[in-house]
Design a protein around this ligand. Sequence first.
Ligand code: SAH
Length: 214
Amino acid sequence: MTTDPERLMQFLYAIRSKGVTDKRTLEAMEKIDRGRFVKGLFAERAYEDMPLPIACGQTISQPSVVGLMTQALNVQPRDKVLEVGTGSGYQAAILSCLARRVYTVDRHRRLVREAKKVFDALDLTNVTAFSADGSHGLPDQAPFDRILVAAAAEDPPGPLLAQLKVGGIMVLPVGQSDAVQSLIKVTRTETGFDYDELRPVRFVPLLEGMGQDD
Ligand code: SAH
């Protein structure tokens, strides 16, 4: 548990040593207890820098990857952020410490239900979670200052590009689901989009439609 200061220090050290240096990101990761988002057998391993299984055959991302994505997103205090792929809710909770408002969506209703309970328990009142196919974005809440996608598509989905404000940033993994993917940062300019490749990653695929197993 993060009440154990030594474990928390080791957790933060591992994240920093993988290149997460942004102060606000590290503060958010110090504050949000990853142990709250991992259940059952794996809860013991919540402070290791590893992805872990969650319900519905999905995974909570590796903490250093959460840190690197959060840092690359460069969230500002007034920002409205969309996350696609709520999963456990951990990444959304980190974003909620940095942004004005966070919307997060997952195609598995059960994951959204469970994540909402943790947001309530932690009193994170600026996060709203929806069950939806996030590849269409959230037209009713658009446009967004920042978008983070936690599942890999072959290319950045058109609706998400369209829902990004000018000057806005989207961070997402792209590539085939069974191969190594690239984490990329897309910045919307007045005239188009700039693309930066950040590093190789491995994420579950961004799938169409709603999950069937809940
Ligand atoms: N951010 C999560 C990890 C997410 S794993 C965390 O911090 O724990 C990726 C998630 O993306 C899975 O929960 C999966 O159900 C979801 N997903 C895949 N395709 C999706 C889609 N089209 N719309 C919404 N969620 C999707």
